[in-house]
Design a protein around this ligand. Structure first.
Ligand code: PLP
Length: 351
């Protein structure tokens, strides 16, 4: 029995995922700067530290403050800098080696005006189309690189990109093509910016999971791989035996006439992220079977198909539905573990 939706974390698998990624980065001779927005947990962060990790990525000043308080000393906030957070940046920059992202002359002016002692990375758009200077915008790249190099306090740290378009890929070949295109674009951007810096930071979970070596960069920043999820399984970046997080949800209603049951576990716990699952359609999650250790197979044909704020509706074979009782707990692998883990931050259990 559980009181509320709770994130179950399979510690042995998460530690294996961390060790495998740290090992690959070391074998490739690149810095491993994992993104901690996936787990946002001091305890999980310590598993990374035990694997030799020293530098981390986060996505907000709040996260940076939390991990700095737990002893992390090299922290990159991987969204373009926000002038409104000047006080937080200043406080952090006095305690840790702080990295910030720049993709506009206003960002450089801000660093000039505030005199913040930070590592400033130029964010490059290498094909994803979210933020960053287009990799072939030579004039802007050159101007930003010169501007950063001239700052008396901040240090021009390097070029950084995120290839989130790998989430549309299926299988290794498509992902490898995006990796090499990104490497080419980063090389060109580095040329255009005058080669004033040669640190190149890239690396999402699909790429870092399927590639054997990280060539063409000096740093990788995957995050999701610590838990993986249904989206990664669909992309081909992990196997079921690597998935290390599931949302445990109590059954609160059984609807045998519709072959459905309802759990306490809705959009506020899973997010609205979906995955297209063969035979099951577009779903929010899949229930694990109780067989074996409870983490090794999905319950056949059982899927989380509708969500409202606090309710989650699952369909499944009639025999399976009939066997469930109110109060039984289902462990549901979410479509996207980052958002589920973020939503369930205060409520998790390590198993
Ligand atoms: N770096 C940046 C800038 C990101 O936005 C993300 C994820 O959104 C990552 C790294 C980590 O990528 P992934 O979630 O695929 O592990």
């Amino acid at each position: 029995m559980i009181e509320r939706p709770t994130l179950f974390i399979h510690r042995a698998r998460a530690e294996r995922n961390i060790a495998a990624m740290a090992g690959k980065a070391a074998a490739s001779g690149v810095r491993f700067r994992p993104h901690f927005k996936t787990h946002q947990s001091l305890e999980v962060g310590r598993w990374f530290r035990a694997a030799g990790v020293e530098a981390i990525t986060v996505s907000s000043p709040d996260m940076a403050v939390e991990f700095a308080a737990d002893g992390w000393e090299d922290i990159l906030i991987a969204v373009p800098l926000n002038p409104g957070a000047e006080a937080e940046y200043r406080d952090l920059s006095e305690r840790v080696s702080l990295g910030l992202l720049v993709d506009h002359p206003d960002h450089v002016d801000f660093l000039q005006r505030t005199g913040l002692r930070v590592n400033a990375w130029i964010k490059i758009d290498a094909g994803y189309g979210r933020v960053g200077v287009a990799w072939d915008d030579r004039d802007t790249l050159r101007a930003l690189a010169l501007g950063l190099s001239a700052l008396p306090h901040a240090r021009f740290a390097g070029l950084l990109a995120h290839s989130g378009q790998t989430y549309q890929c299926r299988g290794r070949a498509e992902i490898e093509a995006i990796w090499s295109q990104c490497a080419d674009h980063m090389w060109a951007a580095n040329e255009a910016s005058g080669r004033l810096q040669t640190d190149i930071s890239v690396g999402d979970t699909p790429s870092c999971s399927v590639l054997d070596r990280f060539d063409g960069c000096t740093e990788v920043r995957p995050g999701n791989f610590v838990y993986y999820d249904l989206q990664q399984l669909r992309i081909g970046s992990c196997g079921l035996d690597q998935i290390a997080a599931a949302v445990a949800c109590p059954i609160v209603s059984v609807q045998p006439r519709r072959n459905e049951l309802v759990v306490h576990g809705g959009a506020v716990h899973f997010s609205r992220d979906v995955v297209a699952a063969p035979d099951l359609g577009t779903i929010f999650g899949r229930a694990l079977s109780d067989a074996g250790d409870g983490w090794s197979a999905f319950a056949d044909g059982v899927a989380l198909v509708r969500l409202s704020q606090e309710h989650g509706v699952l369909t499944g074979p009639p025999g399976w539905i009939a066997g469930r009782r109110i109060g039984d707990v289902l462990r549901i692998v979410p479509a996207h573990s980052c958002l589920a883990a973020s939503a369930l931050r205060p409520h998790f259990a390590i198993v």
